[in-house]
Ligand binder design. Sequence first.
Ligand SMILES: C=C1C[C@]23C[C@@]1(O)CC[C@H]2[C@@]12CC[C@H](O)[C@@](C)(C(=O)O1)[C@H]2[C@@H]3C(=O)O
Ligand SMILES: O=C(O)CCC(=O)C(=O)O
Ligand SMILES: [Fe+2]
Length: 362
Amino acid sequence: MHPSFKKVQMLESDNFITELNQPLNMATDPPFHQAYKSLIEDTSNNIFGKKLVLVEECELPLIDLSRILHNDNVVDESEREECKEEIARASQQWGFFQVTNHGISKDLLEKMRKEQVKVFKQPFDKKSKEDKFMNFPAGSYRWGTPTATCLNQLSWSEAFHIPMADISASATAFTTLSSTLEQFATTVAGLARKLTAILAEKLGRESTFFQENCLPSTCYLRMNRYPPCPVPSAIHGLMPHTDSDFLTILHQDEVGGLQLVKDGKWIAVKPNPEALIVNIGDLFQAWSNDVYKSVEHRVVTNPSTERFSIAYFFCPSYDTVIQNSEPSNYRKFSFREFRLQVQEDVQKYGHKVGLPRFLISH
Ligand SMILES: C=C1C[C@]23C[C@@]1(O)CC[C@H]2[C@@]12CC[C@H](O)[C@@](C)(C(=O)O1)[C@H]2[C@@H]3C(=O)O
Ligand SMILES: O=C(O)CCC(=O)C(=O)O
Ligand SMILES: [Fe+2]
């Protein structure tokens, strides 16, 4: 048995109700306890009876990008091609992979993480109420799942979901945070552009599509924090979902908790400190006519350790139209239409429906 799972079961003992009434850090943590109390205390949800389901840990495909990022003559053409092939294969079979030698320096990743920790350490009242906390646009701060209607839609996490357009626009208010964010976003965007161009080339489609439609200002950056959770077997850190973009690049810490669906089963991703995680989003699945897979993933909570991650969502402008040559599995739609449909479904049902909304029934 995985050691962290043992710990979970020991902690979920009789005193957890006391823990539920006492947030770990009253000043900085969101009030999950109050917000989720009724769902947790509803006996029909039977959180005592929820056994922790052990999930197998796996090594995601690990791809060494030095073969495509080095322009010198050290790498021969066959190695470059093999690397591109690995990227395309992982995107088809897993929808997820890890990359090393990705060109984002350790120094920048550490600087970004430090800034992220500092931001979340601010009092909850400041993060949630101020119009312009740290110069982020109003509404960037999210916590929990406000739309949840049942226990498994709850998310024990907080996030800043930041439209990059607003970060660039507010660069006049120059802080270490905004400059680090911008530097991080610019570098990661370069990597996203290269990966998407390769994936387009492998489909035999024009690789300039992403360069033309996904601009630094149309992308999003999401800083996530998962505080320790007293009932980790009953509540997700982030509920199961697929990403609504073309491609996501994720930098996670060493705590672990990310899981994804492979062959109909949840599997846990083993953190690799040298690697970034890449996953295909809904738009790429539609644009590739289901060749590349936008795979459902979630984050499980941890009873004792907080966890941090940063996701860069590579998105097009809202007017960009996603379409394929005929015959296509999907009707053509704009990114704006897709986002609005997701928002409408989340409001109505508490969860996203996503791509199935745009399928053509042949
Ligand atoms: C309630 C929801 C909002 C969300 C889609 C979901 O059904 C589940 C997770 C949320 C999330 C998290 C990651 C991304 O920020 C996001 C855009 C996504 O694809 O899934 C959001 C969705 C959202 O905010 O619309
Ligand atoms: O924190 C993680 O590992 C995943 C976060 C995620 O899926 C997201 O922000 O969309
Ligand atoms: Fe995600």
